[in-house]
Design a protein around this ligand. Structure first.
Ligand SMILES: [Zn+2]
Length: 119
């Protein structure tokens, strides 16, 4: 089955599944680093110390982003359930289909997003 017009509920569910998989994946990578560094008691004199520190910081920032995406997608799925999906939470106006296609979880129309200086 394929359809030119995708159901926003499907789009949201798929994006949420991807974001949740990202969270699990990055969490696994952080766990792996925690395990590998536990084997190296003297972090300061470990030749890989800086690299591991950098990698850990990178993964933590990825994790924060993935968790934020999960949060926004769940909120969008809730709005879809209560029928307010596609309406701007700022001004109540319609969010364009193109904007929703690009940012399925966005709660704001382009005008409000620009005013708030965020997506
Ligand atoms: Zn708005």
């Amino acid at each position: 089955m394929s359809s030119a017009l995708s159901d926003p509920a499907d789009t949201l569910a798929q994006a949420l599944a991807r974001a949740e998989a990202d969270v699990a994946d990055v969490t696994d990578q952080l766990d792996a680093i925690a395990e590998s560094t536990a084997l190296v008691p003297d972090d300061e004199h470990d030749a890989e110390g800086a690299t591991i520190g950098f990698e850990r910081a990178r993964l933590r920032s990825l994790l924060a982003r993935a968790e934020a995406a999960v949060h926004e997608l769940r909120a969008a799925a809730d709005r879809h359930s209560d029928g307010s999906y596609g309406r701007c939470t700022g001004c109540g106006g319609a969010i364009t289909a193109a904007r929703l296609a690009a940012l399925p979880s966005t709660p704001h129309c382009l005008t409000c997003a620009a005013t708030r200086d965020r997506w």
